[in-house]
Design a protein around this ligand. Structure first.
Ligand SMILES: *Cc1c(COP(=O)(O)O)cnc(C)c1O
Length: 387
């Protein structure tokens, strides 16, 4: 019993009353797009292991090999003794993969955004920041840490972005647009060609979070930024989704990376990622460029699912990727459907306010290249009968 417990119990009680209490449940990621939970095997539509690499033998082996060779821990933060030859080699590989001058590894994507954004904003007092309404919580955390004001544009509405750029921050020392290439709740993409053209025309720098695109979209899975080489000033992505491992990267100019090494608190004051983590990423980078067949299969599964949802009269928004929302409407209905699907052997999370606008509660269906067409058809049949 801690002296804080009575306060915390009251706070938890408020969460419970709002119907928002959540809890952790032990789940094991299995091959073939399945998970095990409470002794049952479920078809998994909730993980971000889009290419099935989390259990790929090459990643598991190299992770074990590098740990056996170099140890379980890295010993210190990067600027002290935590930088190994493997860190530098991997950063050079990532820079090449993203067609950038340099790259830097972070412990996680959340940490990268929460560390890089305040460091950038601190370097340029008065910089004007333009953000898509739906950017990830980690980017909001970074902006909040910097105490910066943001000009928010409607989700993926580049006309609105242009209007804001024409009106705001003309006398700021610099302007920065922050967005994602694939949005995590809607599975829609930004029009990266038009976005870079707008950024150029308005002399604004561009920061693109490729968490859900890295490994899945763009030539050889290099992300959507690879469609516009050299035009995105700062690309961020994670190793924890399609790359099947853990950690994250930021890629950009040499000056940008040198600056972050000297200024990003969440990089400087944390222990370097250990050998096992680096080994898995190294193996994933061997595999990703050659996985066009898996990427095509994943895209086809997305088409099949969207076609089926349309036939059931369910809106899937602007999804064009491996993330497909099925908009149900009321919060209780989405929650109930998700629970009934789990009873029937399918894991598809319900996403509700405040993560999405009221009245648009949905199932967020995340596909994996290890799913088969039959898995999609079974899910659609279950949604039809359980709704
Ligand atoms: C998952 C995610 C992150 C965080 O990445 P982690 O490596 O899981 O911490 C950042 N941005 C977006 C858009 C994400 O979906």
């Amino acid at each position: 019993m801690s002296r804080l417990d009575s306060h915390l119990e009251a706070a938890l009680e408020r969460v419970t009353r709002a119907g928002r209490r959540r809890e952790l449940r032990a789940t094991a990621l299995l091959p073939q797009g399945r998970v095990e939970r409470a002794g049952r095997t479920l078809i998994d539509f909730s993980s971000n292991d889009y290419l099935g690499l989390a259990r790929h033998p090459l990643l598991v082996e190299r992770s074990a090999e590098w740990a056996a060779r170099d140890g379980a821990g890295s010993g210190a933060s990067r600027l002290v003794t935590g930088t190994s030859a493997a860190h530098l080699a991997l950063e050079a590989r990532i820079a090449a993969f993203k067609h950038c001058e340099a790259a830097l590894i972070f412990a996680s994507g959340w940490q990268a955004n929460a560390a890089v954004i305040p460091a950038l904003l601190a370097a340029i007092p008065g910089i004007a920041v333009f953000t898509d309404r739906l950017i990830h919580a980690s980017m909001h955390a970074g902006i909040a840490m910097a105490g910066a004001r943001q000009h928010r544009f409607h989700h993926n509405d580049l006309d609105h972005l242009e209007t804001l750029l024409a009106e705001k921050g003309a006398d700021a020392p610099a302007r920065l647009i922050l967005t994602e290439s694939v949005f995590s709740m809607d599975g829609d993409r930004v029009d990266i060609a038009r976005l870079t053209e707008i950024a150029e025309r308005h002399d604004a720098a561009l920061f693109v979070d490729e968490a859900h695109a890295t490994g899945v979209l763009g030539p050889e899975g290099r992300g959507l930024s690879a469609l516009v080489p050299g035009k995105v000033d700062l690309v961020m992505g994670t190793f924890s989704k399609a790359l099947g491992g853990f950690g994250a990267y930021v890629a950009g100019s040499r000056v940008l990376i040198d600056y972050l090494v000297n200024a990003a608190s969440g990089f400087i004051f944390t222990t370097a990622p250990p050998p096992a983590v680096l080994g898995a990423v190294d193996a994933a980078l061997d595999l990703i460029p050659g996985m066009d067949a898996e990427r095509a299969h994943l895209a086809a599964l997305g088409e099949r699912l969207r076609g089926g949802l349309t036939r059931l009269g369910l809106d899937h928004g602007a999804s064009s990727t491996q993330i497909v929302p099925a908009v149900i409407g009321a919060e209780e209905d989405a929650m109930a459907l998700s629970a009934r699907l789990e009873d029937a052997g399918f894991l598809a999370s319900a996403i509700r306010p405040p993560t999405v606008p009221p009245g648009t509660s949905r199932l967020r269906i995340a596909l994996r290249a290890t799913h088969e067409e039959g898995d999609i058809d079974a899910l659609l049949a279950a949604i039809e009968s359980l709704r």
